[in-house]
Design a protein around this ligand. Sequence first.
Ligand code: APR
Length: 399
Amino acid sequence: VVIVGAGQAGFQAAASLRMEAYDAPITLIGEEPSLPYQRPPLSKGFLEGKQNVGNVELRPDAYYRDHKIDLISGSEVIRINRANRSVELRSGQRFPYETLILAIGSRVRKLSVKGAELDEVCYLRTLDDAIRIRQRLETARDIVVVGGGFIGLEVAAVARSMGKSVAVVEAQSRLMPRAVAPVISDFYQELHLGHGVQIHLATVVREIAAGQVFLSDGSAHKADLVIVGIGVLPNVELAQDGGLTVADGIVVDEYLRTEDSNIYAIGDCAQHPNPFAGQSTRIESVQNAVDQARCVAANIAGRGEPYRAVPWFWTDQFDIKLQMVGLSGGSVHLVTRGNPTSRKFSVFYFKEDRLAAIDSINRPGDHLVGRKLLAAGTALTPDQAADERLDLKSLQQQA
Ligand code: APR
């Protein structure tokens, strides 16, 4: 097996194949020079200096030797040759495969305004990006964060906790609009404002000039550091050049196989049929990367199973943990359990009266029960969700 991409998905595919007792050669090829690492801490503990490189590495060096995983770091695959089943590195080196797993992830969307190429403008995706931002945070005083999504808000919380002046610029009319309901956006707006973060909604950056950022609402902010988190784009070019079908991501079937039965795609780059979305979709999360890797490893080991893991996700901002389970997009009926003013509540999302997702703020119990209810397809009515006297675990046990 050759795995292209040594992020969370690629690493997990190699590890899971060995756990499946797959004993043929495994080559794991990654573009970045480092050992495979976790990305979530990069916008949280790592940025604050609470974690270092060794803490974010998924496994130490010895793991790859001990498990006979041939890790090739700092190498870019530039071509898939499907006719002779091999991949080619930029160096010209070729690796033959029997099965190829594309775990090539996504890359940051770039800001395209005047001044975006200036040195003080940073993106956060890789370990190198995080090291660079961490260094700059040592001396920076005024920070403008572009994008009020997960990355932008996590970074804003860290920077504000370090005493920096922080302004967040979000193009849409509320925070985290892609992923959560307005009630959660409003809660996070209050949270950040309460900590002294300035927020500009329905606003974009017009221009960045030395030391200043000019916004579409007419305001200007002093900035010695600009951190941009305006979403990611799936890496699909390698697959596309190899003649594979690409839409929003590399198109795969329920077994995560492309139309070439020797090639799978997993993680951020894969557009897959997802039972929780009710359609083909692409999911950017650690859970999806890990579970798709496990699914492919099981398939390669001969236990063919379709992918149907329950999607979940989390974000930490200040002292608040938001845990999300299910896919809330397209939900029409929302029910709040608990009270937002108590800083402990959950939003239940229903589609055609079926539970679709739960977002929980400081209510890990709701999240954990939610994972089980969604996995089992247990019926829950909006009235039951709103009724705090009803123990949700009892529904799970009945089921
Ligand atoms: N100016 C301001 N805001 C913008 C602009 C712009 N030009 N373009 C987009 N945005 C906003 C979007 O409206 C969105 O709210 O940027 C935000 C990006 O948020 P996400 O889509 O959550 O992406 P990001 O925060 O960059 O996270 C990237 O990391 O944590 C993971 O799962 C997360 O895969 C995601 C990735």
